[in-house]
Design a binder for this molecule. Structure first.
Ligand code: NAD
Length: 368
């Protein structure tokens, strides 16, 4: 197993170090190689995604990614900005399926912006298509309007588009995921989110998802308009199991779902290609405001590493062990500042990593 580790900027290096310590504590046979990405790579090599970093990511079985970005790079030409590294990696690695589980740990229900009874036990999975939709559709740009409400004035436009194979492959990913969750006691339900009442692209999306569903009769399918889905996510989030949607709606809904769980510092994510190779990263950014202060929550990155073990490296037992260790430290009352509340014990990034490593080591020692 070859793992490329790309720490990045801001809190990236601090949280990645903890995830790598936890990975090493599992004593698996794996090769870990690190490379710069984002602003750090721009400083060292003049580009946010240097060729050597891209080649390492391509050659690896999985990529563990911290975060990139800093306000100080905002004035750079777009191609040199740290965030371009993420888009480049998605494109070159063919990562079309973004998995964002939103799990509300029992001990953290109070940290959610919703009432505890609405989020207690929440365990949903948002699957966002990552390489199509209005974010990549051509043509796009600015021009003089020749028609519309104000002909002769300046206007901007983008193109929303999806092809049948693009929708088919993401729909299959969602149905397979719901099937696996059902086997583990889940409801086996996929909610496909669209805007078929207004957009041709999403009427097509709905039709294709319905076609793909014919091969998954064991999984239930429902369709929701995106405005209703946004509302149901805060009204009754536990009514969902797996949500599948396009790039733009997924971008928005997955951040909304993040807030249900309390802190973005708890949320892992995975972006997969058609052969389950993937890039694993926390859902948050590089948090320059708290970088270098030993206060960032490393659990989203540690949980992303657990997803890597489960989805790409086929090590479900180790993934279970990491997730159990995270639950254990929360049970012990340890909290980084973002999830702290009265009566719990505030710890820093390193101390949280220490506690997860200790919990892992204990289970390994018990086993042997
Ligand atoms: P952010 O996610 O970095 O931070 C938002 C807020 O959440 C901040 O208050 C931050 O302190 C807090 N936060 C984030 N992660 C945390 C953690 N692990 N523990 C505790 N608190 C945490 O988003 P932002 O401030 O909008 O963006 C900062 C930079 O990150 C920008 O340059 C942006 O472009 C970049 N960014 C990168 C990625 C990525 O690398 N995938 C994603 C989003 C934003």
């Amino acid at each position: 197993m070859k793992i490329a580790v790309l720490p990045g900027d801001g809190i990236g290096p601090e949280i990645i170090v903890q995830a790598v310590r936890v990975l090493r504590a599992l004593e698996l046979k794996c090769e870990i190689e690190e490379a710069p990405v984002g602003g750090a790579a721009y400083e060292a090599h003049g580009h946010p995604l240097p060729e050597a970093t891209l080649n390492l990511a391509k050659a690896a079985d999985a990529v563990l990614f911290g975060a990139v970005g800093d306000w100080k790079y905002d004035q750079l030409e777009r191609q040199f900005r740290p965030e371009q590294a993420i888009l480049g990696l998605r494109k070159h690695l063919g990562l079309f399926a973004n998995f964002r589980p939103a799990i509300c740990y029992e001990q953290l229900t109070h940290a959610s912006s919703l009432k505890p009874e609405l989020v207690a036990g929440l365990d949903i999975l948002i699957i966002r298509e990552l390489t199509g939709d209005i974010y990549f559709g051509q043509p796009r740009g600015r021009r003089q309007a020749v028609d519309g409400h104000f002909p002769g004035t300046e206007e901007a436009f983008d193109t929303m588009r999806y092809s049948r194979p693009e929708i088919e492959r993401i729909a299959r990913v969602a149905f397979e995921a719901a099937r696996v969750r059902k086997q583990a006691g889940g409801r086996g339900k996929v909610t496909s989110v669209d805007k078929a009442n207004v957009l041709e692209t999403f009427q097509f999306w709905k039709d294709v998802v319905t076609d793909v569903h014919k091969a998954y009769s064991d999984v239930q399918l429902e369709h929701l308009y995106v405005d209703n889905a946004a509302m149901q996510l805060v009204r009754a989030p536990k009514s969902f199991d797996v949500i599948v949607t396009g790039n733009m709606f997924g971008d928005i809904l997955s951040d909304e779902a993040a807030m249900l769980t309390g802190s973005i510092g708890m949320l892992p994510s995975a972006s997969l290609d058609s052969r389950q190779k993937g890039l694993y990263e926390p859902s948050h950014g590089s948090a320059p405001d708290i970088a270098g202060k030993n206060v960032a929550n490393p659990l989203a990155t540690i949980l992303s590493m657990a997803m890597m073990l489960r989805f790409t490296l086929d090590q479900p037992e180790s993934a279970d062990r990491v997730e159990a260790a995270v639950r254990h430290v929360l049970q012990q009352g340890l909290r980084t500042a973002d999830i702290w509340s009265a009566g719990t014990h505030k710890v820093g990034t390193r101390e949280m990593g220490d506690a997860v490593v200790a919990a892992i080591t204990k289970t390994i020692t018990k086993k042997s």
